[in-house]
Design a binder for this molecule. Structure first.
Ligand code: HEC
Length: 120
């Protein structure tokens, strides 16, 4: 019984030293360079939003001049969050049509726009 406890304790301690040596699995680099939601959001942006917005892809320009703010500019505005973007996409606006996206598409688009934010 005592020995069992000692073994369990040393196992715990070993576990700790192992953890200190190797980074935890969460810290490992992601298998893909781009998160799935960002990737999907970028696809929608290239199909729909690019009509009016600079979507932050080099060489891809909006086809309509409606004075829509560029996504890189929006993403880098101080204090901008994905939550604010989602809220914006769910409400109506003077010029921009209100898109009937489901919550996933809105989340994907917000993730894509926020991916254009430069690290502080
Ligand atoms: C028909 C043109 C048009 C299309 C298409 C369009 N937008 Fe816009 N968008 C605008 C305009 C114009 C504004 C400026 C505000 C306004 O007048 O509605 C705007 C503003 C925005 C803003 C707010 C930026 C800010 O200043 O905070 C966001 C976010 C946005 N658009 C996202 C999108 C996304 C995502 C798509 C694609 C799903 C999209 N837009 C497609 C015209 C468009």
């Amino acid at each position: 019984m005592k020995q069992g406890l000692a073994a369990a304790l040393s196992g715990l301690l070993l576990g700790c030293t192992d953890a200190a040596r190797a980074p935890p699995p969460e810290a490992a680099p992601p298998p893909q360079p781009v998160a799935l939601d960002v990737y999907r959001g970028s696809a929608v942006a290239q199909q729909v939003c690019v009509q009016c917005h600079d979507i932050g892809i080099k060489g891809v320009l909006p086809s309509t001049r409606v004075n829509a703010p560029g996504f890189p500019e929006v993403a880098n505005r101080g204090g901008m969050t994905a939550e604010q973007l989602k809220q914006w996409m769910r409400t109506t606006h003077p010029i921009m049509p209100t898109f009937m996206f489901n919550d996933n598409a809105v989340g994907d688009l917000a993730a894509y726009i926020m991916s254009l934010r430069r690290p502080d």
